[in-house]
Design a protein around this ligand. Structure first.
Ligand code: SAM
Ligand code: SF4
Length: 358
């Protein structure tokens, strides 16, 4: 692990000018990437992500689209350059296009470099052209298998064709596409060659993800856990993989597949530590800011947002949000301590991925 140079947390009591400074955590890491879950709801029930019967949050607890815009804009004012909208399934949220269109103003102003989303692809046939028009240029689409029956079994309610049509529409609209596939032992582990070929033909990148112990589900995740170190060794007997210097500040490491010319990513939060370069925080649809995907420490930004003291004073609210961001970032932990749950024990963290976003 590289040496980290702790710096003193920024003081919350700063002058107004200083309060517009960048968000830097106590370990000197610049937080310039925000992932935002805009809903905990979804039209699928992927076996590793959700239980068959989920109790979703009451609407009043979920931030309105206006509140989400306000919070995202507060982060952008503090130096966040990349925004990923996720969920749940972001595209099932009513009127979601409004949020993309609103956030698009920060792209036009040059304050934001990248507005993107992670989606299961089920609604892309409808939304792809409008997302492009709003300024979105890249999209991550989750697709774990190309086998119709397996797809139905993994997602419990999805149809493979719906997602393939969505991919077609996204490509036609001009969106760059990365496919995310969770590696599941005994389910899709024989399919990676086919997925690499599929992505090569269509010009998509591919990222494989290890299962993470988040949220109660019916299955025992230890049965499905597939270490990507083994997958890589196996793929290397048939494909020429060259390490790429490309980094996103997240848990993915990338390779170039010589035969297809496309990127192959591995997200291995359990087998490798990826924390020292971490540049991101995650906002839930209820306004909780999680400082680390693998830890429970958080800040309640909805409480600030809905504080009646600021009801008629937008400048005071901005200042209060600024202070809350400083205070939260000063608590960002050095790293996580995920361990895939031992057989029969509960998940490492009780919240579902659909709450914090992937
Ligand atoms: N519904 C959208 C989708 O599926 O792309 C966005 C939200 S989903 C929670 C984001 C990503 O998290 C997906 O790629 C999904 O496969 C992944 N994911 C969900 N639960 C996971 C888990 N327990 N371990 C690893 N990845 C998980
Ligand atoms: Fe829905 Fe995405 Fe979770 Fe699947 S992974 S259940 S599509 S939120």
């Amino acid at each position: 692990m590289s040496a980290l140079h702790p710096i003193r947390p920024q003081s919350p009591s700063k002058s107004p000018n200083q309060s517009q400074s960048q968000l830097v955590d106590p370990f000197g890491r610049h937080v310039d990437y925000l992932r935002v879950s805009v809903t905990d709801r979804c039209d699928f029930r992927c076996v590793y992500c959700m239980a068959e019967t989920m109790t979703f949050l009451p609407k009043r607890e979920v931030l309105s689209l206006e509140e989400l815009d306000r919070l995202c804009s507060a982060f952008i004012a503090r130096g966040v350059r990349k925004l990923r909208i996720t969920g749940g399934e972001p595209l099932v949220r009513k009127n979601i296009l409004w949020l993309f269109q609103r956030l698009g103003r920060h792209l036009e102003a040059g304050a934001l470099d990248d507005l993107t989303l992670t989606t299961n692809g089920s609604q892309l046939t409808h939304y792809a052209p409008q997302l492009y028009a709003a300024g979105v240029r890249r999209v991550n689409v989750s697709l774990d298998t190309l086998d119709r029956a397996k797809f139905a079994a993994i997602t419990r309610r999805g149809r493979l064709e719906q997602v393939l049509d969505g991919l077609k529409a996204a490509k036609k609209a001009g969106l760059e596409i990365k496919i995310n596939a969770v590696a599941l032992r005994g389910i899709n582990d024989q399919e990676f060659d086919e997925m690499i070929r599929f992505c090569g033909i269509h010009g998509f990148d591919l990222t494989l993800i290890e299962t993470m112990p988040l949220g109660e589900i019916e299955e025992d995740r230890t049965d499905r856990y597939l270490p990507l170190s083994a997958v890589r060794a196996d793929l290397e007997s048939r494909w020429t993989l060259t390490d790429s210097a490309y980094r996103t500040g997240g848990p993915a490491r990338y390779m170039i597949i010589k035969e297809t010319g496309r990127k192959l990513g591995f997200i291995t939060p359990l087998t490798h530590n990826f924390c020292e370069g971490c540049n991101r925080v995650r906002l839930t649809c209820t306004g909780l800011l999680y400082l680390c995907l693998g830890q429970d420490d958080k800040a309640d930004l909805r409480r600030v947002l809905r504080d009646k003291t600021y009801a008629n004073d937008p400048r005071a609210l901005d200042a209060a949000l600024d202070l809350a961001l400083d205070e939260a970032i000063s608590r960002k932990p050095k790293g996580h301590d995920f361990v895939i749950e031992r057989k029969g024990e509960g998940p490492a963290l009780s919240r579902h991925m659909s709450v914090t976003g992937g």
